[in-house]
Ligand binder design. Structure first.
Ligand code: COA
Length: 258
C-alpha cells in the first residue's frame, strides 16, 4: 500500500506504520491523519496482521503535533471539522481489535501525544518528550487529548500538563503511568517486537475482546455487562477449544483467530 506521508510494511504478523515527514518533525497535516486512518484500516483488513506499530521517522520526533501551518485562517466550522476528523481516526486506533503499539521515538507533542494515547500500549525511547502545548497557541487538545490523558494519568497531572504546557521526559511519563516502558532508542523497535510477539502467541479474538471491554470502561459503558457477553462469545470460538486442549496436552496452542 502506498502513501504520501507514511511508510507501511507488513512482516511476520506485524504491520508497521511510520509517519514520514521528518523535516517537519512528523507533524500531522490533514492528509497524514487521513492516511493513518487508511493504514490502520488496511492492517485490520489483512488477516496476516496480528499487531500494529505506529512510529515516527528519524530519531528526533514521534510526532510534534498537528501541523500548525494548516491552522491559519480556519473558520470555527472548519476547525470543528478538523477536530472531528482527527478524533474519528484516533478512535479507530483505540477501537482497533488488533493491538496498536506506539513506538515513541522522540517528541510526542500535541496531536503526537494524543496519537500515542489513542494506542493500546506506549513504548518510548529515553530521549522522548511529552506535552500538550496547545494553549500556548490559544487552542486546546482536540484529538481526544483532554479525555484520554485524564483517563490515563488522572485529573491532577493532566490538568497541570495541559494548562502549563510543561513538557515531561520519558522517565516522568513512565512514572505518571503514561507509558508501558522506556528503553534506549536503539532498543525501541526490539522492545516493541518483543511485546508484539507475546501478544501474537495469544488467541486474537480474546485479545480483541479484552480491548473492547477495557474501552467500554474508558467510554463510560457498562464493562461488566460487556465481559459477560464477550466471555460467552469466547466459548463459541475454535481458539477457546484449542487453548483448553493445548493446556491439557501440555503443548503450545496454535490459534487461528476463529
Ligand atoms: N507543525 C508544523 N511544523 C512543525 C511542527 C508543527 N507542529 N513542529 C515542528 N515543525 C517544523 C518546524 O516549523 C520546522 O520547520 P522548518 O525547518 O521548515 O522551519 C521543523 O519542523 C523543525 O522544527 P524546529 O522548531 O526547527 O525544531 P527544534 O528542535 O528547534 O524544536 C520543537 C522542536 C518540537 C520544540 C518545536 O518544533 C515545536 O515547539 N513544535 C511545535 C510543537 C507544538 O506546539 N505542537 C502542538 C501543535 S497543536
Amino acid at each position: 500500500m502506498n502513501f504520501q506521508n507514511l511508510l507501511f510494511s507488513v512482516e511476520q504478523g506485524l504491520a508497521t506504520i511510520t509517519i514520514n515527514r521528518p523535516d517537519k518533525l512528523n507533524a500531522l497535516n490533514a492528509l497524514t491523519v487521513q492516511e493513518i486512518g487508511k493504514a490502520v484500516a488496511a492492517a485490520n483488513a489483512d488477516s496476516s496482521v496480528k499487531v500494529i506499530i505506529i512510529t515516527g521517522a528519524g530519531e528526533k520526533s514521534f510526532v510534534a503535533g498537528a501541523d500548525i501551518s494548516e491552522f491559519e485562517g480556519l473558520s470555527e466550522q472548519q476547525a470543528m471539522t478538523l477536530a472531528a476528523n482527527g478524533q474519528e481516526v484516533f478512535k479507530s486506533i483505540e477501537d482497533s481489535p488488533k493491538p496498536v503499539i506506539a513506538a515513541v521515538n522522540g517528541f510526542a507533542l500535541g496531536g503526537g501525544c494524543e496519537l500515542a494515547m489513542a494506542c493500546h500500549l506506549r513504548i518510548a525511547s529515553d530521549n522522548s518528550r511529552f506535552g500538550q502545548p496547545e494553549v500556548k497557541l490559544g487552542l486546546i487538545p482536540a484529538y481526544g487529548g483532554t479525555q484520554r490523558m485524564t483517563r490515563l494519568i488522572g485529573r491532577t497531572k493532566s490538568l497541570e500538563l495541559m494548562i502549563t504546557t510543561d513538557m515531561i521526559n520519558a522517565q516522568q511519563a513512565l512514572e505518571l503511568g503514561l507509558l508501558n516502558y522506556v528503553v534506549a532508542q536503539a532498543e525501541l523497535m526490539n522492545k516493541c517486537k518483543e511485546i508484539a510477539a507475546k501478544i501474537m502467541a495469544q488467541a486474537p479474538l480474546a485479545v480483541a475482546g479484552v480491548i473492547a471491554c477495557v474501552n467500554d470502561y474508558a467510554n463510560g459503558k457498562d464493562g461488566f455487562q460487556s465481559e459477560v457477553r464477550v466471555f460467552g462469545y469466547c466459548f463459541t470460538t475454535e481458539d477457546n477449544k484449542e487453548g483448553v486442549a493445548a493446556f491439557k496436552e501440555k503443548r503450545a496452542p496454535a490459534f487461528k483467530g476463529k
